[in-house]
Design a protein around this ligand. Structure first.
Ligand SMILES: [Fe+2]
Length: 167
């Protein structure tokens, strides 16, 4: 992974790493517990679902909203190039309802998944993992480096402040 020089890009990079960390855990869990097998239960499941709600619920929404509301426009203003912005926005639009659905299923499954809910969680979880990994990879390779080029010190500082205040 790259090193970033701006504060806002570093912040987003850290969040990408945290999301990837969770996505990898989810991936390992889903590999160990197949969708067509009996639904898992116990402390491992509870912990995973608790972290799922915390990570891909509010945090991801805040991150996506900020990228769309503040960073994508800065990029378009700087480069006039919005093909990448369009692709990333479309991916957000797919990931948002998927994340919401997973959080809802996680709430249903907190104590014990019914077999159908478990296989649905497994299916949607696998799709989320695949899409999120490729999305973050794109942002790390294209979005963050482009932002580094387009933002000056002042914009960087004010974006960081605004993002922190959204907390
Ligand atoms: Fe992002």
């Amino acid at each position: 992974m790259m090193e970033y020089n701006r504060q806002i890009t570093r912040t987003l990079h850290q969040e990408h790493l945290a999301t990837l960390g969770f996505v990898e855990r989810l991936d390992t869990f889903l590999a160990r517990n197949r969708g067509d097998a009996a639904a898992p239960n116990g402390d491992d499941l509870k912990r995973l679902l608790g972290d799922l709600r915390a990570t891909i619920g509010g945090e991801v929404t805040k991150h996506f909203d900020f990228e769309e509301g503040r960073l994508f426009p800065a990029l378009v203003a700087g480069f006039g190039d919005n093909a990448m912005v369009m692709i990333l926005t479309q991916e957000h639009e797919i990931l948002r309802p998927l994340a919401k659905q997973l959080v809802t299923l996680a709430e249903i499954g907190n104590n014990q998944f019914e077999p159908a809910a478990w296989s649905e969680f497994h299916r949607q979880g696998s799709e989320y993992i695949e899409r999120m990994m490729s999305h973050i990879q794109k942002e790390e390779m294209a979005l963050l480096p482009a932002l580094e080029d387009v933002l000056d010190d002042e914009q960087d500082a004010s974006l960081l402040e605004e993002y922190a205040m959204n907390g």
